[in-house]
Design a protein around this ligand. Sequence first.
Ligand code: C2E
Ligand code: CA
Ligand code: CA
Length: 708
Amino acid sequence: MISSLNGDLENSLYNLHPGRSIVVAMAAEDANDLRRALEKNEIIPYFQPLVELRTGLLSGFEVLARWQHPNRGLITPNEFIPLAEDAGLNGLLTGTLLRAVFAAAKDIPGHLTLSVNISLTQLTDFSLPKHIRTAAEQASFPLNRLILEITESALVANTEQAYRIATELKEQGSRLALDDFGTGYSSLRHLQSLPFDELKIDASFVRSMGHTRESRKIAAAIVGLGNSLSLTTVAEGVESQTTADMLLWLGCDLGQGWLYGRPVPPEQLPEVLAARLDPVPPVPEPRSPAADSTLPLRLEALPTQRLAQLNAIYDGVPVGLCFIDRNLRYVSVNKRLAEMHHLPVAAHLGRYISEVMPSVYPLCEPYLMRALNGEASSNLEICYPDPNPLNEKRTHLISFHPACDEASEVIGISVSVVDITHRKQAEQALAESEDHFRHTVELNPQVPWTADPNGMILDASQRWESLTGLSIPESLGTGWIRALHPEDVRPTSRTWSESLRTGRPLDVQYRIRRIDGSWRWMRARATARRKNGEIIRWYGTVEDINAQRSAEEALRRSEARLQAIFDAVPVGLVIAEAPDGRVVKSNPRAEEILRSSATLPTVIDDYCRESISFSPDAPSTPGATDNRDHPLANAILGGQSIGPTEYLRFHSDGSSAWISLTAAPVRDPDGKVSGGVVAIRDIDEEKREMQRLADLNTVLKVKLETHH
Ligand code: C2E
Ligand code: CA
Ligand code: CA
């Protein structure tokens, strides 16, 4: 590689200055000839386009001198520039040329730049900045559109003077380009000492990029250097689209060369402008395969920002990433991967994988080898003991991707690692519990089933088949719905969807058709199983509740019958519960007799207070009797039937009426008193009748006695 690089250097130096050998052969009259040519304006500027690689848009022109010789035809600068330098005519040449350039620039749109070459000897001429300024001012050409190209070799000899002149040129507003970069000496020192804006990669590297790996590497390194110094990078000698694609991929900004156009005389400028000013498709077809597979990043940012963004992404992603070179050494490692390895990033760099990760390496080796042969392996599950002190097993999902250069040669391997240990553990736990679940299924009188988070039935016990006649495969997913009574399909689906949406347990009843055609009531219940808050499964059962359901229905029916009787009997009935005597029910007749539907006492105490006027033996004064021996209270507290007892009840309006109360305790099946019931009869009529009879009797008796 070293020898071939030297060869390139020599070549490019030779290419660049072949004029030097010609000069020796040139006669002295040639200098006079040149002087005459300058006076007669035979030295004319040619314009070669510079194009933005990313968009194909024109960015400016480089001015290249041509000698339109009356006898010898068009003479190239390599022949006469050295002559001009030796004859001290360079200042004159540049002056003449610049006037012609600024005159021609009237046809060039204001956003385009013009690059002019400055030779070695001119950088010793302190009047150069002033000459350029005057010429530009006379033509009203803004100096910020001017780029001055200085070759490296021009800087070698006279750095101090060159520095002062270049700085002044820059202070005038022009930009500086370092020309033929890579061919001279001490280039990096020049880059540092002069305020360059642009770096031009020498054509010798660019032209051979397509077939020499070393040239590609040098071009890549120069682009990288330019990007890191925030310089515009320009590639000279771009002759093919393949080269342009590679340069774009490398991040080079501008291209110049025959692909975009040869140098043209001023009169052809309108033609070139017309063809190049309209946006052309950024990347003409067909493209090289290398450029296709590795699309350049289209981030609208400076190269340095782009790099910073990429770095942030590289370190920020929750995925372990690293780049491995052809020798299987770590070139770069992101923070996440270093964390997974429990090692600092620096402990990886430059070291072999086999050395850094001895336990993982043998597992990865086959895939690494494959990647070196250009074959990618994606999402491999690799399980290995964690190098941390706990030494637990970790499962990683690893992908190996060969990284290729612009010529599709594998230069390394890009590896991504995702730690799926927890997911793996969850899956395992789930598998275990499902296994366990399957075992319990056959012992269960109910029909156990499972469903996924979307409510699709995954599994159900065989019992379902014997109940419904629908096979398990037929019932999976949403197939089970076919067993439901048409009226129950919608409410059941709605309830199930609601549970799926909210995650709340399912409890729903529906009828299913038995194999014999009868309908049976079933109750389905399910609860969600979660992992990290996410529902991963529904576990449910279906049970036959037909017997229960019909018993409930019978109960409801007999309850209704009892209620009808309760409401219809001509006796007042009040039911209270033990032990506090809270009234739970009273029938319309009771309310009628007591005339207290609105003020029906709610507890026995109130009842007693309310019925303070209840008084056996009809006491004449309200409040005179102690009512603790109210029959209902007695029945509940004493556990025995009381009555019938007759009372004279005083109403709030002062009227009174006779009633008869019979109370009885209500007992549980186990004999415990759970409440009491009191039957109330209106006996006012008969009581008064009896009273009248008794009174009559007394009167008769008295009369009889007085008779006798
Ligand atoms: P340079 O500054 O490196 O200019 C680029 C040279 O590469 C030009 O040669 C150009 O015609 C040629 N070129 C452009 N695209 C391609 C391509 O795709 N393939 C190939 N093989 N060559 C390409 P040119 O015009 O013969 O100029 C030669 C050198 O003479 C220039 O090299 C520059 O150093 C010097 N020169 C030209 N004009 C002036 C000038 O006005 N003043 C000074 N001091 N030097 C000049
Ligand atoms: Ca140049
Ligand atoms: Ca050049």
